[in-house]
Design a protein around this ligand. Structure first.
Ligand code: HEM
Length: 230
């Protein structure tokens, strides 16, 4: 029994979910404040005339992105997937729609809103690139699971989530970048883009690192094989 309870598949990954939800909370809180304002509540966020003039895409972006990040964090729990596979499947279907809505609204805002004050062409191109990459990753992740390719499904959904979570990492990269390099259009653009680049690099590392579960599982399996062969 002791062996079973310490099996990596049964081990809780809650610290990962806590970290992901914690980072996601940054854009979710900012977004909630913006939504409160859009729906007639007090103005607590910096004035944004582009949003005031055309609030629809930002509402879709914040609602889709916020739920995608909060609910999506639990899709990475092996314990939840194992114990409640239907939950993973049902939540996953909803998350495909929510993630696509968030990413497409991001592209909509990038293309149709007047350029954000203090940002330049670099961030414009990065938003187009990473917004498209998040859209493509969700579609590829969904197509992979339809053909039962779990490795590719995991890889593409990890990339999609990492890109979405860039909205949280940016709170740190923008603050740090501007503190070190000053507040210019280029430093703002590059430090904002760093949020996506850092997250994508971490995602690629996690996707490519050797599968620890398989490495762990090898020993008990091998022992069992030896026991039956003697
Ligand atoms: C690849 C992913 C993403 C891209 C390319 C992206 C892009 C954008 C763009 C273009 C804007 C409008 C900036 C402006 O002109 O004022 C924006 C604002 C915002 N986004 Fe995202 N975003 C992404 C993911 C997310 C996610 C997952 C969330 C989660 C809630 C989020 C939350 C926000 C918030 C709170 C704002 C600020 C709205 C305001 O000014 O009040 N974003 N994003």
């Amino acid at each position: 029994m002791a062996g079973a309870s310490s099996s990596p598949a049964r081990r809780s990954s809650w610290p990962v979910q806590v970290a992901l939800v914690g980072l996601a909370a940054i854009p979710v809180i900012a977004g909630t404040m913006r939504l409160t304002e859009v729906f007639g509540g007090p103005h607590v966020m910096p004035a944004n005339p582009r949003i005031a003039a055309s609030p629809a895409p930002v509402v879709v972006h914040i609602v889709g992105g916020g739920v995608f990040l909060l609910l999506g964090a639990f899709q990475f729990s092996a314990l939840l997937r194992r114990r409640k596979p239907n939950w993973h499947r049902r939540a996953g279907r909803a998350l495909v729609g929510l993630g696509l809505a968030a990413a497409l609204a991001a592209l909509w805002m990038t293309l149709l809103y007047p350029r954000q004050t203090g940002t330049g062409v670099v961030l414009y191109l990065m938003r187009l690139g990473f917004g498209s990459a998040m859209t493509a990753s969700i579609i590829l992740g969904f197509k992979a699971i339809r053909r039962h390719d779990i490795t590719q499904h995991r890889a593409w959904m990890t990339r999609a989530y990492a890109l979405g979570l860039g909205a949280g990492t940016q709170a740190f990269t923008i603050g740090t970048g501007q503190a070190i390099f000053g507040k210019t259009v280029l430093t703002t653009d590059l430090s904002t883009a760093s949020g996506w680049i850092i997250n994508l690099a971490i995602a690629e590392y996690l996707i490519r690192r050797p599968n620890r579960r398989r490495a762990h599982d090898w020993r008990p399996r091998r022992r069992a094989e030896l026991a039956t062969s003697t």
